[in-house]
Design a protein around this ligand. Structure first.
Ligand code: ATP
Length: 293
């Protein structure tokens, strides 16, 4: 499968040139089969990472309203053991969050060693919505690209595998999804006039996303533009990309687990040997004389 990966700083990103539809020849059936295999591998990879505690994963999900961030989370998390997964959503900053730098609320949700952390929106909102709506002057938000690069580099140096996804839907698809929400009580609770208002800024968001992807693309923190018009293909691309990234570390984790197992076994042997020695010692000692009345 060919993924639209951006991992070089300053990469040229033209979202309009990237299809939002699945490639020709890909069918829902083929995707389901492949997804099932990936699901199994992802579960095993997460288990190895959780035990080894050498690395962690940060998945950043960005996309326009109705692009499918929640659906992607549901499907990716469905492949994982919930024990090591944390999902964090970033909405409009609270008054307290506003009193800190923009990374303050984000950094404390970075994963601990062994954990899998998923961000539903993220620090990128501070160079997207903030830019589009002029919530901060250009001199402020444009400085943030550098802070984001440093932040993600810091996480990587700490062992975090940073993977960023832009869920790419077409304008038409978004309209259909928003209208569809009105049809059923099961989805009508999501209705928000703000989604329609944001749509009016479609081109501004496109420019902001292209810039953000280009300026923060890095080998250690790649962006993948996910064709997201078809939900089943979106889920497949994300799973494939995560598995690809984690698979490269599997050997390290397995070696760490073997070393941990060896240390554990040695510890256990030493404990048993010591127990046996004390039992022998107790047996060899003559019994104390019985007290007579
Ligand atoms: P979603 O659209 O992600 O499903 P939602 O509609 O349920 O979410 P919330 O999760 O409450 O809404 O908040 C998301 C909103 O918060 C988005 O409109 C987003 O642009 C906004 N937001 C997130 N981060 C920031 C930020 N740093 N500054 C301003 N607005 C932000």
């Amino acid at each position: 499968m060919t993924l639209n990966v951006f991992d070089k700083p300053g990469a040229k990103v033209r979202l309009d040139d990237i299809p939002a539809e699945p490639p020709k020849g890909m069918t829902r059936e083929k995707a389901a089969k492949r997804f099932a295999a990936l699901e199994k591998e992802l579960f095993e990879l997460q288990d190895a990472m959780f035990g080894a505690k050498v690395n962690s994963v940060l998945v950043v999900l960005q996309g326009r309203d109705s692009a499918g961030k929640d659906g992607a989370i549901k499907h990716v998390v469905g492949c994982l053991n919930p024990r090591g997964v944390i999902v964090t959503s970033f909405g409009v900053p609270t008054p307290e969050e506003r009193q800190h730098d923009f990374l303050w609320r984000v950094h404390r949700h970075a994963p601990r060693a062994g954990e899998f952390s998923i961000f539903n929106r993220s620090h990128y909102e501070d160079v997207l919505v903030v830019r589009v709506h002029g919530l901060a002057p250009p001199a402020v938000w444009s400085e943030r690209f550098g802070h984001i690069r440093d932040f993600e580099e810091l996480l990587t140096e700490h062992g975090t595998i940073v993977l960023k996804y832009f869920l790419h839907i077409s304008k038409k698809e978004q309209e259909e999804r928003l209208l569809e929400r009105e049809e059923s009580p099961a989805t009508a609770w999501k209705l928000n006039p703000g989604d329609w208002k944001e749509r009016e800024h479609w081109d501004d968001y496109t420019a902001a996303y292209e810039d953000a992807i280009s300026k923060t693309a890095a080998k250690h923190a790649p962006w993948t533009v996910v064709p997201a018009n078809a939900k089943w293909y979106r889920n497949l691309v994300i799973a494939e990309s995560i598995v690809e990234a984690l698979r490269k570390r599997r050997k390290d984790w397995d070696e760490t687990l073997v070393a941990m197992g060896k240390a554990g076994r040695e510890g256990l042997e030493a404990y048993r040997a010591q127990r046996a020695a004390s039992a022998k010692e107790r047996k060899a000692k003559p019994a104390p004389p019985r007290r007579t009345r």
